[in-house]
Write a protein that binds this ligand. Structure first.
Ligand code: ARG
Length: 600
């Protein structure tokens, strides 16, 4: 009998563009069917992955299938084997089922099969988009915990936390857009050993703290002073350590001071979140303290813990270093909180998927945590998905960690202020030179939206896992892959619709007719939306969305320079294309946490 097909057969309805299933899937199904017909079961039998992708140059087609080469290699030496990869490609091409999706198939080079999307197909799907709005391919609803931002109490949020906050928020938005239940968790560092010295120091500096709660504006300075005493003064060092034990055992006085410290920090963090439009739910390290004994007992009952010089540890087969459960003095560590959090999120919150964003130095910590999770059956890989994204550092132009002139870490609020100020300058000079009719009264708000958007976008457009160089000039440039360039493209399309004077609600989508190659190129790009989301779901490379927006903006640029819109016979059809583009761009901006403007 025939070996099972690798994917589900294509329904006629999908091919007609009636559903929101992603385009990549539709094309894959067609090639899968053709391959299966020409070489029954070959992909499954030889474990070959179906390889269908966008072509690099549009001249040759919109999509290409690259399987002829590996099918040829697999069949070599068997009876009736094809004589060349090109023969394989030709056979697949001949077996392509009749369909209303692709046309003009051809074999190129050693055996690539190129295909163009049919214009009517593109038009139908675009009409659906105009009528029903932008949607992701349907998927099973999941509960997803995203652990992001997660700064530490009493320390400044710096440019490192910026990445976690911005990228984490974008990932939340992307998954929320798809209808998943996303829990935005702020795992703040509110329970470490640093609180011993902080509490002691605060009690010393504000002896009457019991009557008047100290008004601390500069928590970072308090932290620095406490740290200096901790490092230099042995008696203070000892006191601080005892204080941690007191705090962790629930001592009321310690709790009170601790609460004050957390409150002050919380207010500072919130200022940044408000500016960035990021919402988070705080469940810090301290939240898990009460459940730690229970989780430790569970691990002990499974006999996977070991004693190592008085400390309780777990060894895994993957890592040399042990997972540290309890220190020899009986105190808990970062590892302990995280295994308790893993248990809580999977068992109590019933998460199907957990994504954690931190800097790359914590890679091993989470690798080890997930191993221990599997060993202890807290984590069941057949049911749960877990990801840690370790992002790179933000560097200055000389490749060193981004700092202020005086060597301090750059505060997030200052950075946002600077971006806004520079954008304001740019807009003001645009107005002065008559490049825009943006009213002067709107400059401030526009500068803020574009400036903040530029900071976010600069970060989002880089791969989350690599380091990058921070540069105001680059992020605020009006050309290249920047928010400014994209927002301009968006505003330009909006202004075309505005200037046409046409009430878009009255336009029948039936008048949409794609003829000019620049129209077609833009439309094909718009139809990639669902595919991009699917790819991001797989590899979490949220920067794909930026690359996608940039591709659209480039196609927009060509479209508006080559195709007149207002006052030509194609006007209404082209206005619809503008509108579809705006819809897709706006959805992408929304997922990136950027507010586009209709006029710049
Ligand atoms: N507070 C940590 C830091 O600033 C990040 C915490 C990440 N989340 C976690 N579950 N450990 O590096």
């Amino acid at each position: 009998g025939l070996a099972p097909r690798t994917t589900q057969p294509l329904s006629k309805d999908t091919a007609a563009g009636k559903t929101f299933d992603h385009l990549q899937g539709i094309i894959e199904n067609l090639f899968d069917e053709a391959i299966h017909k020409a070489f029954p079961g070959v992909l499954a039998q030889y474990n070959i992955a179906l390889d269908v992708a966008r072509t690099r140059t549009q001249k040759f087609g919109d999509y290409q299938c690259n399987n002829a080469m590996n099918i040829f290699t697999a069949l070599k030496g068997t009876s009736g084997a094809p004589s060349s990869p090109r023969d394989v490609a030709t056979a697949i091409l001949a077996a392509m089922p009749e369909n209303n999706v692709i046309e003009n198939l051809s074999v190129a080079g050693p055996g690539f099969i190129n295909a163009f999307l049919k214009k009517e197909f593109i038009g139908t799907r675009l009409e659906t988009l105009l009528q029903k709005g932008v949607h992701a391919a349907p998927s099973k609803k999941m509960k997803i915990v995203i652990d992001f931002s997660s700064p530490n109490i009493a320390k400044d949020m710096h440019v490192g936390h910026l990445r976690s906050t911005i990228i984490g928020d974008a990932m939340c938005r992307i998954l929320e857009f798809q209808g998943h239940e996303v829990m935005r968790i702020n795992h703040v560092g509110d329970w470490g050993t640093q609180f011993g010295m902080l509490i002691c120091h605060l009690m010393d500096v504000f002896p009457n703290w019991q009557e008047v709660m100290p008004d601390i504006t500069d928590l970072t300075q308090l932290y620095k002073n406490a740290k200096q005493r901790f490092d230099e003064d042995e008696a203070f060092h000892k006191r601080s350590k005892d204080q941690v034990v007191l705090l962790q055992s629930g001592d009321e006085q310690s709790r009170k001071v601790w609460n004050t410290l957390c409150d002050i920090s919380r207010k500072e963090f919130q200022k940044v979140y408000d500016r960035l439009g990021v919402s988070l739910y705080e469940m810090g390290e301290s939240f898990y303290n009460p459940i730690i004994p229970k989780v430790i007992k569970m691990l002990e009952d499974q006999k996977i813990t070991e004693d190592s010089n008085g400390a309780k540890v777990i060894f895994t087969s993957k890592y040399k270093q042990p997972f540290m459960l309890v220190k020899s003095d009986g105190s808990y560590l970062y590892d302990t909180t995280d295994i308790a959090a893993l248990w809580y999120r999977l068992n109590e919150m019933k998460a199907d998927w957990i994504i954690i964003y931190t800097d790359y130095t914590q890679q091993d910590h989470f690798g080890l945590l997930f191993e221990v999770g599997k060993m202890s059956k807290i984590l069941d890989p057949s049911k749960h998905r877990v990801n840690h994204i370790g992002f790179g550092t933000v560097n200055d132009e000389s490749g060193k960690r981004f700092k202020t002139r005086s060597g301090e870490t750059v505060r997030l609020v200052d950075l946002l202020d600077e971006a806004k100020a520079r954008m304001k300058e740019q807009l003001t000079s645009r107005i002065a030179s008559g490049q825009t009719s943006l009213p002067a009264s709107e400059v401030d708000a526009a500068a803020e939206r574009i400036g903040y958007g530029a900071v976010k976008y600069f970060d989002l457009s880089q791969s989350p896992t690599t380091s990058y160089e921070f540069s105001y000039d680059k992020m605020l440039s009006t050309t290249g892959n920047t928010a400014v360039y994209l927002l301009f493209a968006y505003a330009r399309l909006s202004s075309i619709i505005r200037k046409s004077g046409v009430d878009m609600k009255t336009l029948d989508t039936k008048v949409l007719k794609l003829a000019d190659p620049h129209e077609v190129a833009l439309a094909v790009e718009l139809l990639q939306f669902q595919d991009i989301i699917c790819f991001i779901n797989k590899d979490l490379a949220s920067n794909r969305l930026c690359a996608y927006l940039y591709n659209i903006a480039e196609k927009v640029q060509l479209f508006v320079t080559k195709c007149r819109v207002i006052g030509v016979p194609e006007q209404n059809s082209r206005l619809l294309l503008c509108q579809a583009t705006l819809k897709v761009m706006q959805t992408c901006f929304q997922m990136l946490g950027i507010d586009p403007l209709d006029q710049i």
